[in-house]
Design a protein around this ligand. Structure first.
Ligand code: SF4
Length: 234
């Protein structure tokens, strides 16, 4: 595993679970508002050393009983070749496991679920299907996103979908399209896009029109709430 970051504990990243967070290095997306810009580049291009996996397992063995779960986020975890083995090792230690994913590799999510290696999946939905080319530079079939949403809704023990809301990736029309794609989903989170952090494209955060006001966020929520069981703005 290419691990670019490690946080020893968190009370907010895994619902009802005290967890540590493992950040994988490398992502296939280029979201301009990305809050983890250092993790987007592949491991060869990373400035600084990667984390030693063995040290993380040593920590997990020692903290058993104090920490209940592990979150693997990124970057994009499903790009890691040895993710399954890594997850298996975590599960063997008795931890609950949550994966955050952009949903581009439903085949990896399928294997994780089939092998009962994951307890919770949080999937980002970046925009409507026809706009995915705005965040993924290489050729990509957006139907993979649909496949991942179906998979989570039908097979995941627990899941949530979430969208970082900013223009041009989100509008009322786009929110409506997302709602149609995930009709019946148990939980959908609309995340306000933050301007006060280091992001992948610094010009993006200096452009006012990219951001929604609190009132506009509630209007977006109104658009989608009829499609899902529960929607949350945060
Ligand atoms: S926000 Fe997530 S999917 Fe987008 S570039 Fe950053 S790590 Fe990748």
């Amino acid at each position: 595993m290419d691990i670019g970051g490690f946080q020893k504990n968190s009370l907010i990243d895994f619902p009802e679970t005290i967890a540590c967070i493992i950040f994988t290095q490398g992502c296939n997306f280029i979201c301009p508002y990305c809050h983890n810009p250092d993790l987007v580049a592949g491991p060869q291009k990373r400035a600084g050393n990667l984390y030693d996996e063995n040290k993380i397992f040593k920590f997990l063995k020692k903290r058993k009983g104090f920490i209940e779960g592990v979150v693997i986020t990124g970057g994009e975890p499903t790009l890691q070749n040895d993710l399954l083995l890594f997850c298996q090792k975590i599960k063997n230690l008795g931890y609950k496991l949550k994966i955050d994913s952009n949903g581009t590799r439903p085949e990896v999510l399928t294997t994780l679920l089939k092998n009962k290696l994951v307890d919770f999946i949080s999937m980002d939905i970046k925009t409507s299907l026809e706009n995915y080319h705005l965040v993924i530079p290489q050729k990509f079939d957006p139907l993979k996103i649909v496949k991942s949403t179906r998979l989570l809704m039908n097979k995941a023990p627990a899941y949530e979908f979430r969208t970082t809301c900013s223009r041009p990736f989100v509008s009322k029309k786009i929110m409506d399209d997302i709602g149609k794609m995930i009709t019946g989903a148990s939980k959908y989170i609309l995340q306000k896009c933050s301007r006060d952090v280091n992001v992948l494209d610094p010009d993006f955060v200096t452009t006012d029109k990219n951001f929604f006001s609190d009132k506009e966020m509630l209007e977006l929520q109104k658009t989608i709430e009829k499609y899902v069981v529960k929607s949350v703005v945060r």
